[in-house]
Design a protein around this ligand. Structure first.
Ligand SMILES: *Cc1c(COP(=O)(O)O)cnc(C)c1O
Length: 386
């Protein structure tokens, strides 16, 4: 009996020693930018609520109204009685926004990928993925029991080599990438990957958790110069720029219909609370009409990068790689002392030796706050430039 607790304590001690122990900290969040921890008020630069829609009056009102009308929970899987009418409206709107035939909402972005990938490919099939793909894409890939090959980050050449070497020996092939990489903030060459996928009869899945509402006027990573790219599987989350909770896939109607029958995370998991669906729907309406709001996160990120001499950001995530996990923790504590909440990102979220501060910018940050942050970060910036 005692050995389980003993095992856990030993493991925790190892994590502690390598600076990799993680702890939950109670945080009151009043907006995308305002957090309180204990007595301390902090300006947050580590929230994915890019457009501050989680606290938008229209979004909050929609969530309240849906709760009154349909209840706090959905009561069952969507295939049983959990499919309240708000789902159809949100899915219609998501598909319209992305320019696909249909859409399907899942319990979370993570659950979407764990459901989609094993429903489409299996043993005997091939998955080719960017090495920095989000954990849930790689998790879905593993669950599918397909052959998985990983290409060097954003390397079209390496991706092409893998497809040339392996594609013919497998039945189906899925190509996986993030649209905007969550810990590096750069964008995938989606148009070029789409072309490669077509040449090699592979199906491209783009996870656009950090692109929707942020890049290409809010339309996300599967658009370039205003035109929709040929990406058959456009996945994302309702939990970041849309300020709510849930995941989605936009795709052709037969693909969506297949997943309704086959995606295990949809079939065997309870539908989202009505409030989450209603909030996402209200948020999407705001993204569609409020161009000014959509442009702000990137402008704030660009100002920060300009002040510190960093490369121009592709979206609104800016990493400052410090290397050692303990150093990243120290930097994060230093910024907290100065009133800024910036979480240290450590392995295994990022590769060993690349622990970092990850700054995210939102429509709710003012220019003066960004300038103050840049001043506080400058010594750390100089340290990693040296
Ligand atoms: C956050 C994130 C997810 C998971 O989405 P949730 O809705 O939070 O479960 C998936 N992919 C990427 C790239 C993400 O950043």
């Amino acid at each position: 009996m005692g050995s389980l607790e003993h095992y856990a304590r030993e493991k925790l001690r190892d994590l502690e020693q390598s600076g990799l122990r993680r702890e939950l900290v109670a945080t009151d969040r009043f907006a995308a930018t305002l957090a309180r921890r204990g007595e301390r008020e902090l300006v947050s630069f580590c929230c994915n609520d890019y457009l501050n829609l989680s606290h938008h009056p229209e979004v909050v009102a929609a969530a309240l109204e849906a709760t009154r009308r349909y209840g706090a929970g959905s009561g069952a899987s969507r295939l049983v009685t959990g499919n309240h009418p708000l789902y159809a409206e949100l899915e219609r709107r998501l598909a319209g926004f992305k320019g696909t035939e249909a859409a399907l909402v899942f319990g979370a972005g993570y659950l979407a990928n764990l459901g989609i990938i094993p429903a489409l490919v299996g043993p005997g099939d091939l998955i080719v993925a960017d090495e920095l793909c989000h954990a849930c894409l790689l998790g879905g890939a593993r669950l599918s029991r397909s052959t998985v090959r990983v290409f060097a980050h954003n390397s079209l050449d390496h991706c092409r080599d893998l497809l040339r070497a392996e594609r013919d020996r497998h039945r189906h092939c899925l190509l996986l990438t993030d649209g905007v990489f969550s810990m590096d903030g750069d964008r995938a060459p989606v148009a070029e990957l789409a072309a490669l996928a077509q040449q090699h009869s592979a199906w491209l899945l783009v996870d656009d958790a950090h692109g929707l509402g942020v890049v290409e006027g809010g339309r996300g990573s599967c658009v370039r110069d205003g035109r929709e790219l040929a990406v058959p599987l456009q996945m994302g989350t309702l939990s970041k720029a849309l300020g709510s909770y849930g995941g989605y896939l936009c795709a052709a109607r037969p693909v969506i219909e297949l997943l309704v029958s086959r995606a295990r995370t949809l079939v065997y998991s309870t539908g989202l609370p009505p409030a989450s669906v209603a909030a996402a729907l209200a948020a999407l309406r705001i993204v569609e009409r409020d161009r000014e709001r959509v442009s702000l996160p990137r402008r704030r990120a660009a100002l920060f990068c300009e002040l510190l001499g960093l490369d121009e950001p592709a979206a609104c995530i800016v990493p400052l790689v410090l290397g050692d996990a303990s150093l990243a923790l120290q930097a994060s504590r230093d910024l907290e002392q100065q009133g800024f909440l910036v979480t240290a990102i450590r392995p295994p979220t990022v590769p060993p030796g690349t622990a970092r501060l990850r700054f995210t910018f939102t429509a709710a940050h003012g220019e003066p706050e960004v300038r103050r942050l840049a001043a506080a970060v400058r010594p750390w910036r100089e340290r990693c430039a040296a």
